[in-house]
Design a protein around this ligand. Structure first.
Ligand code: AMP
Length: 197
């Protein structure tokens, strides 16, 4: 199964993707996690990406497309994957089409978590507080001001991606403002419908 999770930062993509991983045994490919790992490891990609990420901007298409192209070649991605945080621009969506076409693969579903953006800053403040309370590191870009920049990047560059898939009849919208378990159930029903075709 090959899935994409779309939705603004803080919509719950990571949380929901982790649940699908547990249930369906396919890896979650989060470009945000991959980039954070590159930053932590101090690789050339990490060094290039760090300042942009800290400021809440988007890392270049070239870098992100490159890391996804490499990652989907890994053995664990052969049986499927969940893309979380990618594609974030039309150029990335088109590049992904090229990668999949080249391998004769298709997407099974594109799920868009719809949320009320006015509630997202509160959510992100909560996420930072919870991470802190659990003794986990707080993401630098979960600062409310940086978060607003991330939301702007989403509305400027990423909001066009959902209509790209909707035009092809591949998009399923999910109400992401419901409780976490309800969202998971809605995703599971959407996936069984897709499987039934
Ligand atoms: P995320 O964990 O998905 O919220 O991503 C954290 C940060 O990583 C974003 O704010 C961007 O700076 C960068 N990033 C992650 N995925 C992408 C992508 N597909 N395109 C460009 N930048 C990305």
């Amino acid at each position: 199964m090959r899935l994409i999770f779309l939705g603004p930062p803080g919509a719950g993509k990571g949380t929901q993707a982790a649940r699908i991983v547990a249930k369906h045994g396919i890896p979650q490919l989060s470009t945000g996690d991959m980039l954070r790992a590159a930053v932590a490891a101090g690789t050339p990609i990490g060094q290039k990406a760090k300042a942009v990420m800290d400021a809440g901007g988007l890392v270049s298409d070239e870098i992100v497309i490159g890391i996804v192209a490499d990652r989907i070649e890994e053995p664990d991605a052969k049986k499927g994957f969940i893309l979380d945080g990618f594609p974030r621009t039309l150029a990335q969506a088109e590049a992904l089409d090229g990668m999949l076409d080249g391998k004769g693969l298709k997407l099974d579903a594109v799920l868009e978590l719809k949320v009320d953006q006015t509630k997202l800053v509160d959510r992100i403040v909560k996420r930072a507080e919870e991470a802190k309370a659990a003794g986990q590191p707080v993401r630098k870009d979960d600062d409310p001001e940086v978060f607003k920049t991330r939301l702007e990047a989403y509305n400027r560059d990423t909001a066009v991606v959902a209509p790209y898939y909707a035009k092809r009849g591949q998009l399923t919208a999910i109400d992401g403002m419901q409780p976490i378990d309800t969202v998971t159930s809605a995703i599971e029903s959407a996936l069984s419908e897709t499987a039934r075709g």
